[in-house]
Design a protein around this ligand. Structure first.
Ligand code: GLA
Length: 672
């Protein structure tokens, strides 16, 4: 991080969104200026997809329109997050460098006509991307409006072309060694003795292109790791091109990660390379689950940021785009949802986008200024939100602390989601989200953590479906428990090592000693089936035949092929305790277990005894000042103990804060 560690941003909370003045004429710009002032917009992300306008032909730049836009925004008091436009190469680029267009797994080369159509391993693309980034940096590094660089947009395009193949081989040589010796290590790591896939020369090694039946999971996992690194190299090149033109104080450089349900880049590795973590979050659901989902997204972002403030770069104002469906969010939720991110460490409330586009693929996407214009409920809600964000601006730079963590692992995600690999219906992110949601329901704010991180600061660590566990990860978890930690490992964990190979002697390979158990066999449950446990709880989705080797049995299976055998265990190791859940408990039972382990670990809710649906989070500044965020998702009002000044209404709170149904409050706390 090169940015100020106390807070990556200057000037309170950032409010605004993506802004595309190039889609409009002067009359609309004047309207934009007025409406931005009315809505208290102080930040605009500009230039995200403007490559074709900025460089209409190779090497010829037209910056006039961008100069005018930045000057105008600056005069209007709006800071600029300036994007490099490399997520959308111009059509001339396709014709000049057809080899830089991406090729699908099936071998189809794509054409321009949308965005994100490029191969990040193609030298021509990388050159062109560096060049436009450098040209922008040279011109705008000193612009008074410039507050942050936004490299690219949502890195995520994968390519299986020959450039990708060459780069993949180079990455593999660096990992396994060059020449014949390296190839031998690769053959061993990928287990190519299976199905006679042995490689006798390096040029036979390819990306996992479409093949007849199940592909090699080891090859797939390495390709995912490689592609994340390849995209990261492309990001770094642009970052360095920008930094070469930037003098102190450094303008932070970031890129926006995609938050929802798929993962192309390893967020832990990437977060070390950006000056500020920035995420785009589009909810997967608009209902009650959406509140927990906001917390899950925000906690991930904060954890990637190492606990420091982060940027919510994009969210939707109203409609929520879920896979295959458009869901509407009820009016009034924009404030509560947005402050849900701020409560958990975001120093911004930014949207895609400022003004709804008249044309193009996303003309029906909701916006701060909707198609129907500013005289609308949606814009009034945006303007009210802008005023609210201004009132709580003092929280910027403060942080959120957690004493519980849920493990989140890029390898386990890739491996469990990989083709031909998904064991039954176990979806990695579902399991992580589920543990997080149980903590959310228990009123506990948690971090997400990598298994290889130093976990010693946490009282309790949950490890759901940690399918891949490296030697380093296993050592880290053992150290954590031995040192007094409380660890809960769920089914389908430590099944394979970092090469995607099973450790001999039973699952969960490298955690058998920590957990005091060995799993002999998986017993996935049929769709919709449940299995009773001796405690009265029911397991779903998955079960396992395990025996104990030191662990105490807390629950056994009460029926079915595993009747009488252990289902839930507890093991003491060193100063700590490790539990194992071999099945997916139904929600209520899962919640009970989470509460029990929280109690055993001496962890608990921030404010005990709150009614269900009341979310409470505290941000704290270096000097000790704290702010209590209360989000009431319920239809009844909620009473929360608090002393201080409620910033949204400006009223004093003397011991008891009443938050109306679906309301939100932010209290600057002082001693009672
Ligand atoms: C992403 C992109 C935006 C826009 C939104 C809405 O987050 O970054 O450009 O496409 O999704 O779909």
């Amino acid at each position: 991080m090169t940015a100020d560690p106390g807070g990556p941003l200057s000037g309170g909370l950032w409010f605004g969104g993506d802004y595309s003045p190039e889609q409009w004429d002067e009359a609309v710009w004047a309207d934009d200026d007025r409406l931005m002032r009315e809505a208290r917009v102080n930040t605009a992300t500009v230039g995200v997809f403007s490559w074709a306008l900025l460089e209409p032909e190779e090497g010829r730049y037209e910056f006039g329109w961008l100069d005018a836009a930045l000057d105008r925004l600056s005069r209007n008091g709006v800071r600029v997050v300036l994007a490099t436009p490399t997520a959308s190469p111009p059509p001339w680029f396709t014709l000049a460098y057809p080899d830089a267009m991406p090729v699908t797994r099936e071998g189809v080369r794509l054409w321009h006509g949308s965005r994100d159509t490029y191969c990040a391993a193609a030298p021509a693309y990388r050159r062109a991307a560096r060049r436009i980034a450098a040209a922008l940096a040279e011109r705008y590094a000193g612009h008074p409006a410039l507050a942050m660089w936004h490299v690219h947009n949502e890195y995520g395009t994968i390519c299986w072309c020959d450039h990708a193949a060459a780069a993949f081989r180079a990455w593999l040589r660096a990992r396994y060694g060059a020449g014949e010796a390296g190839l031998r290590v690769l053959n061993e790591a990928w287990g190519t003795a299976f199905w006679g896939q042995h490689y006798s020369a390096w040029d036979q090694v390819l990306p996992p292109r479409a093949t007849q039946w199940l592909p090699s999971p080891s090859q797939g996992l390495d390709f995912s790791r490689f592609w994340s690194d390849e995209l990261l190299a492309a990001f770094r090149e642009q970052r360095e091109a920008i930094r070469a033109h930037t003098s102190a104080p450094a303008v932070p450089v970031t890129t926006n990660f995609i938050l929802p349900d798929y993962q192309v880049v390893d967020p832990w590795a990437w977060s070390r390379e950006v000056d500020v973590v920035a995420v785009d979050h589009y909810l997967a659901t608009a209902g009650r689950d959406g509140h927990a989902d906001i917390a899950f997204g925000a906690d991930r972002a904060r954890s990637w940021a190492g606990g420091r403030p982060w940027i919510l770069m994009e969210q939707a104002t109203r409609l929520v785009y879920s896979s295959g469906a458009i869901l509407s969010r009820e009016p009034g939720r924009m404030l509560r949802d947005s402050l849900g991110y701020v409560a958990r460490g975001s120093d911004s409330v930014l949207f895609f986008q400022w003004r709804a586009s008249r044309a193009g693929a996303e003309l029906h996407h909701c916006a701060m200024v909707p198609q129907a214009g500013p005289d609308t409920a949606a814009f009034r809600e945006v303007a009210a939100l802008g005023r609210a964000v201004e009132r709580i601006g003092e929280v910027a730079g403060s942080v959120v602390q957690a004493e519980v963590a849920v493990l989140l692992d890029a390898d386990s995600w890739w491996a469990l989601e990989g083709r031909g690999l998904r064991p039954a219906r176990v979806r990695y992110l579902d399991e992580v989200r589920r543990d997080h949601a149980a903590l959310w329901r228990a009123g506990v704010v948690c971090d997400l953590a990598s298994p290889e991180a130093d976990l010693s600061g946490y009282r309790l660590v949950l490890a759901p479906a940690l399918y891949v566990l490296s030697d380093a990860g296993a050592r880290s978890l053992a150290r954590y428990v031995e040192g007094g930690g409380h660890l809960v490992v769920s089914f389908c964990s430590a099944v394979v090592d970092a090469r995607h190979q099973v450790r001999r002697g039973g699952y969960p390979g490298a955690l058998r000693e920590v957990l005091g158990i060995a799993v002999e066999e998986f017993f996935p449950l049929p769709d919709g089936a449940t299995v009773p446990l001796s405690t009265g709880a029911r397991g779903t989705l998955w079960s396992e035949l395990m025996r104990t080797s030191g662990a105490a049995v807390l629950a056994t299976y009460a029926a079915g092929p595993l009747a009488g055998l252990p289902a839930v265990t507890q093991n003491r190791l060193g100063q700590g305790t490790a539990w194992y859940l071999s099945t997916r408990l139904e929600d209520a039972a899962h919640d009970r277990v989470v509460r029990e382990v929280l109690a055993a670990a001496g962890a608990g809710p921030l404010v005990p005894g709150l009614p269900s649906g009341t979310e409470v989070v505290r941000r704290r500044a270096d000097g000790g000042q704290s702010w209590l965020f209360v989000l009431n998702h319920a239809d009844q009002s909620a009473a929360v103990p608090a002393v201080g000044l409620e910033l949204l209404s400006g009223t004093a709170v003397a011991g008891r804060l009443d938050v109306p149904p679906r309301g939100v409050a932010v209290v600057r706390e002082h001693a009672g």
